[in-house]
Design a protein around this ligand. Sequence first.
Ligand SMILES: [Zn+2]
Ligand SMILES: [Zn+2]
Length: 200
Amino acid sequence: MYDDETIPCAVCDKPARERVHRGCRERMAEALRQLPQLYRRLGDSLAPGRRGGDGRSGTRHAPLPCSVETLDLRSRGGIEGVVGGWARDLCEREQWDVPAYQSVIAIVDWACAILLTNLPMICDEHDAVKEIAQELAHITGQAQRIITGEKPPRRIGVQCSCGHTLKVTLDTAGVKCPACSTQYGHSEALRLPLAERRAA
Ligand SMILES: [Zn+2]
Ligand SMILES: [Zn+2]
């Protein structure tokens, strides 16, 4: 029994003694350590000569082949959009100067470094820490899957204690049951019983 007051973790909503669990913070740190390398490896994975995938015809969207996904992640607004966006947000909050980097890779390196350095403060204070954690987990997972050639994570049906079936992936950050509003963290969600498959 815990008698000190516990509040929900600002990232995963499970009871915590700190604003953000150490484990949740460590997952964010790991993503920030990996992203600069992932960014470079995505560049290696781009087949030379394959281009035009991100043409702006605008009239139709073909299904995304992997290389287009890779181009998206490597472009301004991809990995750069996530880490650069949050790093610029941090600088604004703290009234720090934002360096005028031109290349996407320089922004990615700078942003990951400054976010990593200030992660304790972000976890202690930032209102959007959950959003930051989710976006980091998402792009890191996406980049890793492209590099390893994995298929997108399979969604598994698990059963909420209320009986509702929840769709989760193995890298889920957490899930909230739409039926009974119970919030499950990462490991909790994966410990739920598998939902019975219904014959269609
Ligand atoms: Zn947590
Ligand atoms: Zn439920």
